[in-house]
Each structure stands twice: as C-alpha cells, then as structure tokens.
Design a protein around this ligand. Structure first.
Ligand SMILES: C[S@@+](CC[C@H](N)C(=O)[O-])C[C@H]1O[C@@H](n2cnc3c(N)ncnc32)[C@H](O)[C@@H]1O
Length: 271
C-alpha cells in the first residue's frame, strides 16, 4: 500500500484511467490528492474499494464525466497574471480593432475552468467597446469538466478568486457583479457574447472555428510533452492568421513549435 492506501495495482490502474479520459499525466506522487478527491464519490456510491470504483468507471460510461470532474484541477481567479491583461487592454485590443474594421473579435478560453478568465476578458471587451463604438466580440469557452462549466455558466464567485479584482478594480466589481446567494454573480451583460461547451483539448474543434485570441493557460503543465504537442497541434487548426495564443506563467513552448512565434513571455503569435 502507498501513502494514500492504494495498492500498487490500483494506483497504476487509476493513473492509467486519468490518462485515458483526460490525457493528464499524473505520477504516483499525486496519490494522496487523488484519494482525497475520490473518497467522497466512492462513499456516496457505497462501494467497498477504490478498485471497485475504477471498475465502474471502466464499465459505466455515465460515470466518466464524474471521474473527470474529480481528477481535474480547476484553480483560477479573475485577472490572473496582470501583465497579460495589461497587454490585451493596452496593445492587443487597440491594434486588432485598427487592423480589422467591421470585424468581430473571436476569443477562445480553452480550459476555462469556472469562468474567471472568460469574464475577465468580457469585462475588458465591454470597457473597450464603450470607447470604441463598432467593436464587437464573441467568447467561446471550453473545458473538459462538465461540473466546472456549470459553475462558469452560473457565474457566481466568492473568496480568493475575487480578491485581485476587488483591490485593483472596485469600480468594475460594482459595475459587473450583483450580490447573490453565495457571493457575487456576474451581470447578464457579461454573458451575452459568451458560448460555453464541453471539449477535450486533445480532440479537434469544428474546423469552421477560427479565433483571433486563444487563452491556453495553466493547462499544458498537466500533460507530458507528447500530449502537449498534440494539444498545440489541435489548437493551431483553430487559430486565424496573426492570432495570439496566451500561455500560463510557468509554461513555455519556445523553440518547440515553429508555428507559434514568441512575441513576449507567455504570448505567442501565429504566422
Ligand atoms: C488550472 S485550470 C486553468 C484555468 C484558467 N485557464 C486559468 O489559467 O486560470 C485547468 C483546467 O483545465 C481543464 N482541463 C484538464 N484537462 C483538459 C483537457 N484534456 N481538455 C480540456 N480541458 C482540460 C481542467 O478541467 C481545468 O478546469
């Protein structure tokens, strides 16, 4: 038995199932975390072992979405990594608007989690629209976890995820949120140009989808190099010429995929 109480066979079956259904490369070091996440589900289903649960995930397709919800990590917050948002607000939006008169900016928040990233972007777009009449935008937001997408759709937030925006933009909190049962909920105006959909990054999107700005932040870190490359290859098919892709602070693909040119840390430009 390991530190989490898994037998070696159960742990390796569990890691293989995580990889099969999400592509995420977890190692034995995550066993305690996985045990903590799976335990309530195993108890709720009144199963007598983790192996019994893994057998169920293998046999019962209906259990797979629950399993995915449990094994994915969804940490996020409004305006995570300030320099990215400064770049979008001060450089990307004005330049894009100038270069694409009459067009609608297409944004993809891939691995959107509970929605903080996409609503941060919606706020910047709404603000930009006020000073640039004629600007339009559409945000497509996806994640592999249905449960976390339901939270994004609900748009209700509290605690740590709001801390940064509350200190940097208390005026936007007043303007774009309303008190709700469990904290603050984004106003409908922020949802009007947003479409949410479940999507596994290892699979292709509809070829007709072409985006000008893609957020692929804090998700590549969960994959091995082979799967990272597969995700980058799939994403590339959905990127318009000269579009930008934004990665997380600890992610870099410099020198790896020549289709993405490093413009500055975390920001890549398609040829
Ligand atoms: C840490 S969150 C990142 C949220 C946001 N992009 C940010 O940077 O704050 C990672 C998200 O990736 C999602 N994810 C993991 N594997 C995925 C896959 N194969 N396809 C799509 N989304 C995936 C998880 O469900 C989780 O919500």
């Amino acid at each position: 038995m390991d530190a989490a109480g898994f037998s070696p066979a159960t742990l390796s079956a569990l890691l293989a199932l995580v990889r099969k259904h999400t592509g995420i490369a977890m190692t034995e070091r995550k066993s305690v975390l996985l045990e903590r996440r799976l335990r309530p589900r195993v108890q709720a289903l009144k199963l007598d072992s983790y192996q019994a649960y893994l057998d169920m995930v293998e046999k019962d397709r209906a259990e797979v979405p629950h399993f995915i919800d449990l094994v994915t990590t969804n940490d996020t917050l409004f305006f995570r990594t300030q320099q990215v948002w400064d770049y979008i607000e001060q450089e990307f939006l004005p330049q894009w608007f100038q270069d694409h008169p009459g067009k609608r900016l297409k944004i993809w928040s891939a691995a959107a989690s509970s929605g903080e990233e996409l609503y941060s972007m919606a706020m910047l777009c709404e603000e930009f629209q006020q000073t640039h009449p004629g600007f339009g935008y559409q945000i497509f937001a996806t994640d592999i976890s249905r449960q976390i997408l339901a939270q994004a759709r609900d748009g209700q937030y509290s605690g740590r995820s709001l801390e940064r925006i509350q200190s940097t933009h208390p005026d936007w909190v007043k303007k774009y949120f309303r008190p709700s049962a469990h904290g603050l909920r984004v106003v409908d105006a922020l949802k009007k140009n947003v479409e949410l959909a479940q999507h596994n990054l290892l699979t292709p999107l509809k070829p007709s989808r072409q985006f000008d700005l893609v957020f692929l932040r804090n998700v590549l870190i969960y994959f091995d190099p082979e799967h990272q490359q597969k995700i980058l290859d799939q994403a590339r098919l959905s990127m318009a010429p000269h579009s930008r892709m934004i990665l997380g602070e600890s992610e870099s693909i410099s020198g790896r995929d020549t289709a993405y040119q490093l413009e500055r840390p975390m920001i890549y430009r398609m040829e």
